[in-house]
Structures are given as C-alpha cells and as structure tokens.
Design a protein around this ligand. Structure first.
Ligand SMILES: Nc1nc2c(ncn2[C@@H]2O[C@H](COP(=O)(O)OP(=O)(O)OP(=O)(O)O)[C@@H](O)[C@H]2O)c(=O)[nH]1
Length: 338
C-alpha cells in the first residue's frame, strides 16, 4: 500500500476516464454545493489542518466537513495513521483539509516516530489550524500537540464533544485557562456529530482562507487512491470488530487491486488484503471462532467499499504474523508509512 498511488476515477465516471494522477481524478462529492464555478477573482482556497491528540474526534470532524466518509474512525485511539487530504467546495470557497494522526507520546517506536513526522509536516504550512480538544479537558497529550504549532498561523480552539458536557457554565473557567496557554484566534465549542455546528464551522474557517483560484475540481473529495481507501476500510472494520483486545500495531496491506469491466455491474474490483499482526494470539483473535470475525470484517468492509466506489467488489482477506513490525523502520516504510 502506497499512499501516493494516483487517485482512480470516481464511480460515476467508471470505465470512461483512465486512472490519472492529476487533481480532478479523485472521488467526487455528493455534489450538493456549488454547481457552477464563480469568477476567478472571487475564488478562495486554502489549507486547513485538523490536529489533536488521539481520539478527540479529528476523523469524525473531517468526514463531516467533507460530507463523505474518507477517514476511518473508531473508539480505539490511534486509528488514523496517514495525512489525509479531503476537500469541500462550497460557494466560492474550496476548503482543503488535512487530517493528522494523534501525536504519539507514550512509546518511541519506528511507527510512532513516523506518525509524529506526519503531524509536524501537516501543521507547518497551512492557512489555519483547527486544534481539537475535548470540551472542558486539557491533558499532557493536548499540551504536546499544542507545543508543535508554529507561531504565525492562526489556531482555532475547537472544543469538541460538547454534547458530553452537561454543565456548560463549567466551560468558562476552562476557557480562561486555555486562553492563557495560547493566543487562539477563536474559540469554537461544538460537536463534530452535529450538522448545525459543522455548518457554523465552515463560516468561521472561510475567512482565514486566501483569495486564490481553487486547486481541485469542485466535486473532488480526496486525493487518496481507491487502493488506499480499501486498506483504510479494512483497518477500520478490523479495529471496530476486535475492540480493545487487538494492539493498534496491527495493519493492513493491499496485495492486489484489479479492476475489470463488468457487463452486469459496470465495474468490478478484485481486492486482496493482508492483515498484519504481531503475534499468533492476535491472529487467532482476528480470525475468530470458526473464522466468524474475519468473515464479518470482510463483509462489512466490502459493503462500504461497494458504496464508496460504485462497483461490485470481491474482497479476499488474509492474516499474517510479522513479529515486531512496528519497531522496524524498513518494514514500516514498506507498509506505506512515510
Ligand atoms: N459524543 C461525541 N463523540 C464524538 C464526537 N466526535 C467524535 N466522537 C467520537 O470519538 C471517538 C474518536 O473519534 P475519531 O474521529 O476516530 O478520533 P480521532 O481524533 O480521529 O482519533 P485518532 O485516529 O486516534 O487520532 C469516536 O468514537 C467518535 O464517534 C462528538 O462531537 N461527540
């Protein structure tokens, strides 16, 4: 799996357009927004980084902003491992979002060092940073991420999971404390699961983006390839269906991603994936009793991939044990982590 694989044509254009590395060839959005391009001068476009420690809701927010599921989410911390760019064009403004892995502070493995490098890369060169925390909370993990932010770039303090705060009044002293920690440009209390809050966030973020022509076609969703999305989808189901038992070091690689025309379905994808785990006991956990769990992982991933890619999907999943892969720099690279 290589995250820089060229994006493949979108479901609607399947069969018509050849695979292309050009912007404009990614997965299209539902197309609910701007229907015609406004004049050049009026266009706005810019990069918005979404940063925060693991599990604060970054992927949930990105998916809500893009309007489609492009970043996987789960209750398990450290689900996101790659910088994912999602786009959304609304009216005259194109928002280009960057999702980042939560900053890893506990263990210094090759995998974690690679993840931290991705976080640093994402925050250096953007127009605005959304710094996500859980409303009313601030831990050492949050402080570490905050310390990575470069001066000169406006940072919005996004207090997510507001729905979990029962006494809103208690947020006032917390906010005062937060203002002493950093000169935040704005404070946005919200819930990534509330569509009205997402709407409001668009309005707030828009004014930080410079006037310049759009970088992507207005219906583009992500610059990630379908092959990459396939690995991510399997990984999400793996984490969701194994819960806390499986260490986060398990990963998914795509061994085969073949497309064939199909008279019946228009488009057919044959995908073979390998789930890599560190121990035999983990392998047994993934496979489950009589193979039940692996079967469910496959069925759920296939159903979502068919929806996302507008194709009939045949998905084959294998499980392999590779002890210590997260500690081995060369192997981490070979699995697609920069
Ligand atoms: N109640 C509530 N839960 C939320 C909200 N936003 C996200 N969550 C939940 O928080 C958990 C973590 O969300 P993710 O979006 O995976 O978090 P993340 O920051 O991308 O996590 P990593 O990939 O570990 O960095 C999931 O169970 C989400 O459903 C929210 O506004 N309210």
């Amino acid at each position: 799996m290589n995250p820089s694989d060229p994006p493949l044509p979108a479901p609607a254009q399947a069969g018509a357009a050849p695979p292309s590395p050009e912007p404009g060839a990614g997965l299209p959005s539902a197309g609910d927004d701007a229907s015609s391009s406004p004049p050049e001068g009026a266009q706005r476009c810019g990069l918005v980084a979404i940063v925060g420690k693991p599990n604060v809701g970054k992927s949930t927010l990105l998916n809500a902003l893009v309007g489609q599921k492009i970043s996987i989410t789960s209750r398990k911390a450290q689900t996101t491992r790659h910088r994912i760019t999602g786009m959304r064009t609304r009216g005259a403004t194109q928002f280009v979002f960057v999702d980042t892995p939560g900053f890893q502070t506990r263990h210094s493995t090759a995998l974690n060092r690679s993840l931290n490098k991705t976080v640093m890369g994402a925050v250096g060169d953007v127009d605005v940073v959304l710094f996500l925390v859980e409303a009313g909370r601030f831990t050492l993990g949050d402080a570490k991420v905050l310390s990575l932010l470069k001066p000169g770039i406006p940072v919005l303090l996004v207090a997510n999971k507001l729905d979990q705060v029962h006494r809103r009044g208690e947020l006032a002293p917390w906010l005062r404390d937060m203002q002493e920690r950093h000169a935040f440009a704005e404070f946005v209390p919200m819930s990534a699961k509330n569509p009205k809050d997402i709407e409001r966030l668009f309005g707030i973020v828009e004014k930080y983006l410079p006037e310049q022509p759009w970088w992507y076609a207005e219906d583009e969703l992500t610059d990630r390839s379908e092959k990459f999305m396939a690995a991510e989808m399997v990984r999400e189901k793996l984490f969701r269906l194994t819960g806390e038992e499986l260490p986060y070091t398990s990963t998914v690689i795509i061994d085969k991603f073949d497309e064939e025309p199909s008279p019946r379905h228009g488009r057919m994808l044959r995908i073979a994936a390998t789930i890599v785990v560190e121990r035999d006991s983990h392998k047994a956990m993934v496979i489950g009793e009589k193979g039940e769990r692996l079967k469910r992982i496959g069925t759920e991933a296939r159903t979502e991939l068919e929806k996302l890619m507008g194709a009939k999907v045949f998905l084959e999943i294998w499980v392999k044990v590779r002890a210590g892969w997260a500690d081995d720099e060369a192997r981490v690279r070979s699995f697609g982590y920069e």
